[in-house]
Design a protein around this ligand. Structure first.
Ligand SMILES: *[C@@H]1O[C@H](CO)[C@@H](O)[C@H](O)[C@H]1NC(C)=O
Ligand SMILES: *[C@@H]1O[C@H](CO)[C@@H](O)[C@H](O)[C@H]1NC(C)=O
Ligand SMILES: *[C@@H]1O[C@H](CO)[C@@H](O)[C@H](O)[C@H]1NC(C)=O
Length: 409
């Protein structure tokens, strides 16, 4: 195997520092509501060619340096695969299901299907656990990575890559990574006003319209449908699709505009809790990923959550709209680039590839197996030195203790 010590260590420390800071066989969903599922979206939604062949790699989405260059190091940062809902969401889903079965009177087809055939099969003990599809998401990704990087992921370390991904997945399952950064906890996590834009949107005219349309469809009083009910209904639709690949009757309760509103509500939450909304969001991930993810001399694997991948992308200034997402600008944010379904679906992954070229070391970045050009750099595979210059402030400011400490003044 090709091992170049220095760049690996440079890269590793960069990434650690940054990180430190840092098959649908069933019928397709109509007008693909699936693209609005946000962080509950399936990976195939961002790479539709995988629907036909889950092990396919698509070279037209990737920019490579000249053929005189060779890959020398790969860092992989992965979001977990498909999971069951959390207990809190399961309870909301059950409540909405009970309401629909008890009170809804309309004669929609989907309603009779929900009442007569659909079972509330989610149980509290599922609480956020990984589903089989989630394990498969990662196993398939590992196999595609082997195809992408045959010289780095040689025969002898295939097993190692697979098992490391599986191991880290297992590790993450028992671990809720929260509360490491005191300042983040105080200023955002435990601070209701930090998410006031989300609340404002959930109480605003667009969400109200979704609630009214839902009440009309079910023929129940407006007062019995809350923003929690429509959220629960949308979750039911999303989870049935993510976990069982079913076009469930719950999805029929939403039209496309409703789905866009639900997507925006989810994106707002990600924006204000994990991304550009508050500066501490991205800086707080310092302690969330440890740095021992070394699989071999040539490959580094990290499995994280949307909770780590999104702050990391935020630190890199990626997917940043000129105008912040707010409770009142749903209409003008129609073409926003901050779309969590595109950025952090299940099994989302960030690949950082180092190449040894005659002119020096170059770096390529791929999100979800598509090349990205880092903001502020024009070359899609820039010189590594230029990347370091571009993110100097970030690299120098990588001091978690200072960032996370609360100033008691
Ligand atoms: C690769 O991706 C492009 C762009 O999404 C798509 O048009 C093309 O069909 C894909 N190629 C294959 C072989 O799937
Ligand atoms: C590991 O990856 C290889 C692909 O090279 C695959 O054939 C194998 O089934 C995977 N092993 C496990 C345990 O997932
Ligand atoms: C809570 O969030 C608001 C809005 O971002 C901010 O002004 C306030 O300082 C925060 N409160 C604490 C205790 O950090």
């Amino acid at each position: 195997m090709y091992v170049v010590k220095t760049p690996r260590h440079i890269l590793l420390s960069t990434v650690i520092c940054i990180v430190s800071y840092f098959r649908v066989t069933s019928k397709m969903l109509k007008w693909s509501i699936a693209r609005y599922f946000g962080t509950k979206g399936r990976y195939e939604e961002v790479n539709a060619y995988l629907i036909d062949d889950i092990l396919a790699i698509n070279n037209s989405l990737v920019t490579l340096p000249s053929s005189k260059c060779s890959e020398i190091h790969l860092t992989v940062i992965i979001r977990h695969g498909t999971r069951y809902p959390t207990i809190k969401n399961i309870q909301k889903m059950r409540e909405f299901y009970n309401l629909v079965v008890r009170d809804a009177t309309s004669n929609l087809n989907c309603l009779s299907e929900i009442k007569s055939q659909w079972k509330m099969w989610y149980t509290d003990d599922m609480d956020g656990r990984l589903v089989d599809k989630g394990r498969e998401d990662h196993r398939h990704l590992a196999q595609r990575l082997i195809k992408w990087f045959p010289s780095l992921l040689t025969e002898e370390n295939h097993r190692c890559v697979n098992s490391t991904i599986a191991f880290r997945e297992g590790l993450m399952e028992g671990l809720r990574i929260e509360g490491n950064c005191e300042r983040f906890v105080k200023e955002v996590e435990n601070n209701k006003s930090a998410l006031q834009e989300v609340k404002g949107f959930n109480e605003g005219p667009e969400m109200k319209r979704v609630m009214e349309k839902m009440a009309d469809r079910l023929e129940v009083p407006y007062a019995s449908i809350t923003d929690d009910s429509v959220e629960a209904g949308f979750f039911l639709c999303a989870y049935e699709f993510a976990i069982q690949e079913l076009n469930s009757p719950w999805c029929q309760l939403f039209d496309e505009v409703d789905a866009q509103v639900m997507e925006y509500a989810g994106d707002l939450k990600q924006y204000w809790k994990r991304s550009y909304g508050h500066e501490i969001n991205s800086k707080s991930i310092v302690t969330q990923i440890n740095s021992d993810g070394i699989v071999s001399e040539a490959v580094t694997v990290q499995v994280g959550h949307a909770e780590t991948l999104l702050p990391l992308l935020t630190l890199l200034d990626l997917f940043k709209d000129d105008i912040p997402l707010s409770s009142t600008n749903f209409a003008t944010q129609h073409n926003r680039i901050f779309r969590s379904g595109k950025i952090v679906p299940y099994a989302a992954n960030l690949l950082v590839v180092l190449y040894k070229c005659p002119e020096g070391i170059r770096m390529g970045v791929r999100l979800n197996e598509k090349s990205l050009t880092l903001p502020g750099l024009t070359d899609p595979v820039p010189m590594y030195e230029d990347v370091k210059k571009r993110y100097r402030a970030l690299l120098e400011g990588c001091d978690q203790e200072t960032v996370c400490k609360i100033n008691n003044s």
